[in-house]
Design a protein around this ligand. Structure first.
Ligand code: PMP
Length: 437
C-alpha cells in the first residue's frame, strides 16, 4: 500500500512532518546501509535512520532475537517482577559504561530517559536531606526530547514557547558554539573552560545549595552537531564537583559507538553522575531507553524502603522483554563486528572527506567527531533552514538520506559504513551544494 488519500486523511504527524504529508517519502524495506522506498529505489542511509540504527538495518542477530522473544515471553510486569533478559542486559551494559556508572533503569525512549534522570537528580538530593536542591540547569541549544522536563531544560526556545508553564527553577548556560572562533577544521579549539565557567555565573546567582543537576549532551546533535571545545566537559565536571551538583550527560545520540568509544563520556574522559541513552541501545529496532547511575545514587534510593515510596517512578514497558531481546542482539552485533570502536577507526577518512566540502558554495563551517558530522550553511536571506532543506530534498532524489537541523546538514551514518559509502555521501552532497540556490 502506498501513500493515498486515506493516509492523508487520518494520520496526524504534527509540525515536523507537515511537509512530508504533502509529498510522502515512504520507506518499505531496509538492509545494511540502505533503505528501499515504495518505488523500489535504494536510498543510502547517511543518518542511521534518526541517529539510531548504528549497526545498520535489519541485522540478522537482532531480527531473530526479537522473533524468538515474541514467541517466548511477550510481556512481564516491571513492578515486583522481572525476567532473565532484563538482568542479563543490565549486566552487559554495565560492562560497557564508564567505570562506576553501572546501575541502570530502563525506559522506552530518549525523552523518558531525560525526564527520569531529572527526577532522579532531584529525588537523590531530597533523600539525602538536601531538599532545597531542586533547580535544574540545561544549556542553550540543548535538545533533550519533547516531554515537559526535556523541553524545560532543553535550549530550543521554539519547542517550548506554546506550552506556557515549564518546570520551575530551570536556567540555561550559554552554548559552546562560536562560529567566528570555532572552526573545527583544525581540531577542537582550546577555550572550553571559558565557556563552561558560565555555570559559575548561575551558581553565584542562585546559590549552589539550590541546584540539583546540570544536563548537557556531550556533543549536541539535533541542534547542529556542536562539538565542545577542549576542556569544556572537564570544567563542567570540576564545577559540579565543587558545588555538589550532579552532572547528567544526555548520550541519546552519542551513545553506542558514535564517537569512537561506547559512550562519549569515554571519548572525552569525563564521567557524569547520570547518563541517558536510547536510540542505539536497540539499534532503533524496538523502542527502548535507559538511565545509568553511579553506585552511590543507586544506594541512596535502595537503602531503606521509605526511599522507594518517596521516589515513585516506572513505566509499564520498562525493561520490556522484546526491547531487552533486541538490545541483547544489538550488543552481540556491536561486539562481534567491533562497531563500538569503529567510528574511531573511520574518523580520519570521514573527516578528510567532510572537510573537503569546505570550499563548496554556501558552506561556512564543517564539524565532526567519530562518525558524526555537521556541515553548516549560510542561510538564504530571511529564510532560515530553507537552503539546507532544499539540499535534503535534492539528496533524497539522488538516493541519499541526510538530516538537516536548521541550516546545518547532519550526517551520522551506520557504523558499518565503508569508505565507498563515505565517498558516495560526500559526492552527492557536493553536487547538491553546487546546485543549490
Ligand atoms: N536527547 C537527545 C540528545 C536526543 O537527540 C533525542 C532525540 N533526538 C532525545 C533526547 C529524545 O529521544 P526520543 O525521541 O527517543 O524521545
Amino acid at each position: 500500500k502506498t501513500a493515498g488519500p486515506a493516509m492523508d486523511a487520518y494520520w496526524m504527524p504534527f509540525t515536523a512532518n507537515r511537509q512530508f504529508k504533502k509529498s510522502p517519502r515512504l520507506l518499505t524495506r531496509a538492509d545494511g546501509m540502505y533503505f528501499v522506498d515504495d518505488k523500489g529505489r535504494q536510498v543510502l542511509d547517511g543518518i542511521a535512520g534518526l541517529w539510531c540504527v548504528n549497526a545498520g538495518h535489519n541485522r540478522p542477530r537482532i531480527v531473530s532475537a526479537i522473533q524468538q522473544q515474541a514467541a517466548e515471553l511477550d510481556f512481564a510486569p516491571p513492578f515486583q517482577m522481572g525476567h532473565p533478559k532484563a538482568f542479563e542486559l543490565a549486566e552487559r551494559l554495565a560492562a560497557l559504561t564508564p567505570a562506576g556508572l553501572n546501575k541502570v533503569f530502563f525506559t522506552n525512549s530518549g525523552s523518558e530517559s531525560v525526564d527520569t534522570a531529572l527526577k532522579m537528580a532531584i529525588a537523590y538530593h531530597r533523600v539525602r536531606g538536601e531538599g532545597a536542591r531542586t533547580r535544574l540547569i540545561g544549556r542553550e541549544r540543548g535538545y533533550h526530547g519533547v516531554n515537559f522536563g526535556g523541553i524545560s531544560v532543553g535550549g530550543m526556545v521554539a519547542n517550548r514557547k506554546m506550552f506556557g508553564t515549564m518546570l520551575g527553577g530551570v536556567d540555561h548556560i550559554r552554548h559552546t558554539h562560536d562560529p567566528v572562533r570555532n572552526s573545527y577544521s583544525v581540531g577542537q579549539p582550546a577555550h572550553g573552560a571559558e565557556f563552561a565557567d558560565d555555570l559559575e555565573r548561575l551558581v553565584a546567582l542562585h546559590d549552589a545549595s539550590t541546584i540539583a543537576a546540570v544536563i548537557v549532551e556531550p556533543v549536541a546533535g539535533s541542534t547542529g552537531v556542536l562539538i565542545p571545545p577542549q576542556g569544556y566537559l572537564q570544567r563542567l565536571r570540576e564545577i559540579c564537583d565543587k558545588h555538589g551538583i550532579l552532572l547528567i550527560f544526555d548520550e541519546v545520540i552519542t551513545g553506542f559507538g558514535r564517537t569512537g568509544h561506547p559512550f562519549a563520556a569515554q571519548t572525552f574522559g569525563v564521567t557524569p553522575d547520570l547518563m541517558t541513552v536510547a536510540k542505539g541501545l536497540t539499534n532503533g529496532c524496538v523502542p527502548m531507553g535507559a538511565v545509568f547511575a553511579k553506585q552511590q545514587i543507586h544506594d541512596t534510593f535502595m537503602n531503606g524502603p521509605e526511599h522507594l515510596i518517596e521516589f515513585f517512578h516506572g513505566y509499564t514497558y520498562s525493561a520490556h522483554p522484546l526491547a531487552c531481546a533486541a538490545a541483547l542482539g544489538t550488543l552481540d552485533t556491536y561486539a562481534e563486528e567491533g562497531l563500538l570502536t569503529r567510528a574511531g577507526e573511520m574518523q580520519a577518512y570521514f573527516a578528510e572527506c567532510l572537510h573537503s566540502l569546505k570550499g563548496e558554495p554556501h558552506v561556512i563551517d564543517v564539524r565532526n567527531i567519530g562518525l558524526v558530522g555537521g556541515v553548516e550553511l549560510s542561510p538564504l536571506p530571511g529564510e532560515p533552514a530553507k537552503r539546507a532543506f532544499s539540499i535534503f530534498l535534492d539528496c533524497w532524489e539522488q538516493g541519499l538520506l541526510i538530516r538537516t537541523t536548521g541550516d546545518t546538514i547532519a550526517l551520522s551514518p551506520p557504523l558499518i559504513i565503508e569508505r565507498s559509502h563515505i565517498d558516495r555521501i560526500i559526492d552527492t552532497l557536493r553536487a547538491a551544494l553546487r546546485r543549490a540556490a
